[in-house]
Ligand binder design. Structure first.
Ligand SMILES: [Zn+2]
Length: 65
């Protein structure tokens, strides 16, 4: 049995190639590299094929005080 492979959800590079940031989403542990973190922030719909439901989030908005 191999341990779960930790790899960026977008590009698939693993922790031996790039730093990975851990995410928690729908009871799953996910990983994304810094290069693709902006996609999650600004264009989450692009990751909807990997993370169902993200297409509903829309782009990040600035908080209103
Ligand atoms: Zn990546």
């Amino acid at each position: 049995m191999n341990p779960p492979r930790h790899a960026c959800i977008h590009c698939g590079r693993d922790h031996t190639e790039v730093p990975l940031i851990s995410l928690r989403y729908q009871d799953k542990d996910l990983w994304i590299c810094p290069q693709h973190l902006p996609i999650l922030i600004h264009k989450p719909a692009q990751l909807a094929h990997k993370l169902p439901g993200l297409e509903l989030l829309g782009p990040a908005e600035h908080a209103h005080d």
